[in-house]
Ligand binder design. Structure first.
Ligand SMILES: O=P(O)(O)O[C@H]1O[C@H](CO)[C@@H](O)[C@H]1O
Ligand SMILES: O=c1cc[nH]c(=O)[nH]1
Length: 237
């Protein structure tokens, strides 16, 4: 049992999916896992373990932002021996060809979070995905003929901004989309020698005005992304 996760040793699988929204964790467990049981309800941040195609897999809500995901990922890595972590989240597109409902795979995560500035004073650490996990997820997505973009994303500390200028500048440098957790996931995975990847569905576009998806759609319509994450997680080639 850790401070924020009420699980016993062995309750959590070595492979885990990490949505920000705990209700999405429940949805994934109910829809995609067999024999799923809930191991955590602390703060309503649900965690479940079940099987997918015969492989033991867990799914844990992380909350929003770097401080929240850092709490869960620290405890999963340090206390429960998790080895492979796939964030399944939403993001806002910032490139013209990144459309609502596209899937973005975060090869790297630029950030304005102060967490890594405190960790590496004087350096700009480059948080990045595990290459094999990214390669497998991309292969699965191509076999399913999904529209996928792979590249750099922004992990932002703020959802609401006074100025869009810094985001526009990052878009000029090829950053694909904005979300709020991946840099922390990748940095912690590097620290604890685990494999991590963020797969994100585009829920809105910050510049084009493409219509936002509803909260209900965010929870229920991202099945392609979740199946890609699950199939990539169990793939060995
Ligand atoms: O859909 P999730 O995984 O929560 O991800 C995105 O949505 C939240 C903001 O609405 C932030 O957590 C952001 O990273
Ligand atoms: O962090 C996020 C997630 C989705 N859409 C955004 O604009 N930002």
């Amino acid at each position: 049992m850790s401070i924020h996760i009420n699980a016993k040793p062995g309750d959590i699988a070595e492979t885990i999916l990490l949505p920000g929204d705990p209700l999405r964790a429940k949805y994934i467990a109910e829809r995609f896992l067999e024999d799923a049981s809930c191991y955590n309800e602390v703060r309503g941040m649900f965690g479940f373990t079940g099987t997918y195609k015969g492989h033991r897999i867990s799914v844990q809500g992380t909350g929003m932002g770097v401080p929240s995901i850092s709490i869960y990922v620290n405890e999963l890595l340090r206390e429960y021996g998790v080895k492979q972590l796939i964030r399944v989240g939403t993001c806002g597109g910032i490139q013209q060809d990144v459309k609502v409902r596209d899937v973005v795979m975060a090869m790297s995560a630029t950030t304005d979070s102060s967490a890594n500035q405190q960790l590496f004073p004087g350096f700009q650490f480059a948080p990045h995905a595990d290459f094999d996990l990214l390669r497998r997820a991309y292969q699965v997505s191509q076999e399913r003929r999904l529209s996928v973009k792979v590249g750099n994303i922004l992990t932002a500390d703020t959802f609401y901004r006074e100025s869009m200028e810094p985001v526009k500048k990052l878009a000029e440098y090829g950053v694909l989309a904005v979300e709020m957790e991946s840099s922390a996931l990748y940095t912690l995975a590097a620290r604890y020698k685990a494999k991590a990847l963020s797969i994100l569905t585009v829920s809105d576009h910050l510049f084009s005005g493409e219509t936002d998806t509803t909260a209900e759609e965010r929870q229920t319509t991202f099945n392609d992304m979740i199946e890609v994450a699950l199939d990539a997680a169990i793939r060995t080639d």
